[in-house]
Each structure stands twice: as C-alpha cells, then as structure tokens.
Design a protein around this ligand. Sequence first.
Ligand SMILES: [Mn+2]
Length: 317
Amino acid sequence: MSKIVRGMVVGDAHNDNRQPPARSDDYQAACLQELNEVVDIANEANLDYVLFLGDLFHRIDPSGSCRNGVIRALQRCNKRKLIVPGNHDVANSLDRLMDSALGTLILDQHLEFKEYFDEFKLGILPYKEGVHQDIMDGDATRYPAVVWAAHAYIVPTKFFDASHVIFDDMPVNPECKLVLAGHLHLPMEVIREDGVCLINPGSIGRPKASAEHLGRQPQVLMLKYNTDGSSLQHKYVPLECSKPAEEVFFLETVRENRVNRKKAREFIKQMSQVGTWVHGADKYVSLRESAKQKGVSDEVVTIAETALREANDRKND
Ligand SMILES: [Mn+2]
C-alpha cells in the first residue's frame, strides 16, 4: 500500500572545532548554531525523517566539544535522523566508519545508517572508494527506491578532472523519481529526459571562501512524495542564522592571497627564464630587488633564493 512520506534533507555541514583560516567568525559555534536551527525547523515540521547528505563532520576525529555539540543538537530533534556517510566523515574510506566521530553517533543511535529504508522507499549511497564507478555499474538499481541519496559527485556535465557521475548516464531502477546528492557544495536542480530529478540542496557548512560558498544563503530541502512514486513536491527553507559571506570570511585577505599567488607565479616564471646571472652575491641582491618591486612576499623570495643557491652549488660542484 502506498503512503505519503515527508522528509527534510540537509547538505554537507562540516562541523569542526578547528578554525578554518578564511573564517573570521567562530566556525565551530556557527556550525552548531546552523545545526540547531536545522533541528528547530525539523521539530516544528510534520516529518517522517531528517536526512543528512554526509560530511556532517569536517574530519574523521574532531574534538569532544565538536562531537558533543552535534550530539546535543541531534538529541533535541524529535524526528528519525538518517545519514549518508561522506568522505570527510570517514577520511575517504568507509572501512573507517567505526574509527570516526560519525561512527560514534551511529553506534549510539543518534543517526541511522543502512543501505535501504523500505518504509520510505529511500536508498542510501555512502561515499566509498570507487563510488562513482559503482554508481555507473548500477548501485542505484539494487532496490525499488523512489529516492536515492548519495554522497558523490553526481553532476550534469563533466566535472573538472575528478571522477564523477554524469547524471544523464546514471542507471537507476524504474521506480526512481529523485536523486539527492551531497559532496559538491553548490546547490543544483536538474531534470533529465526520463523525468528523473537531481537535487543538491548545497552545503550548509562553509569551511572555505570558495565560489560555491559565496553569494548564497544556506538552506534545507523539504520533500513530500508518495511511496508509489505518483507524486513528488519540494521546497527550500533558508537558514536564518547563517550570516552572509562578508560577515563570516576574511574576504579581503582571501582576495589579497589570490593576487599574491598570481604575482608569485609570475615572479617564479620570470626567474626560471633568467639564463645568466652576475657573479657572487649580487644575483641574490638583484633577486630581492626585483621581488620587492613586484610586491612578492619575503617567504616566496626566500624559497626562490634557496632554490637558486642550490642550483648554483650544484653547478659549481
Ligand atoms: Mn563536503
């Protein structure tokens, strides 16, 4: 017999006690505040489950304060909580799940993890070695799922040089209507020719000041579907506590670092093209002069000078 299922979907959260260098606020506190807002939204909604798409933690073994902050938030949640383990949770190896903070949460029943939840017609594809090939080989055809949830690069077009699954080519069982993906932090929504939909709600964690984390408000996805696949609706709920990028990142420093890296690259290129050098210590003086004029950092100059000295020493041997 078919029934209506209501789920809430949460993208990569990346909880960590370590402060990412690009963040100007208190990262751990911000992550926990966001997770607690997710729980507040879940508690007030009529839901059968909350589904986390993986990378709940930024590292396999974050501190006790981080782990316990996450446990406290999940304990406040009065709904079933399901997890798709992500690569960050298990240091890229699902075999290490029971060495991880996420493993503790599963073992202690704060989160449920299994391959298939029949009552929700929901299939789970955790990150594991070779996950993209396994999906292409039919991992998402093994159960009569209406919804598959993966922690993998499932994307509409070729994705850099990383291994990935092109959504149009992804084999799914005939009942499947929706594929949910975490891993890539950029939100996206795609419908392919056979009507199957791909949704990535985007990460709620923003550990780096990269483009995928700028200019958008972190959000969660609300789903309502019939287990016979006859209907499927979705909407997004933005997180109110998430501050805009300008308030959580050192955007000036990030921009400066980008400029400095470009200058350093140009300088190193120029240096490598210098064929003949004047004798003695003069070459190092001229190196430093030229670097100063170009605004290259002392650190880069020291590396360049060391490399040059080594090259010269070898020549003189
Ligand atoms: Mn992630």
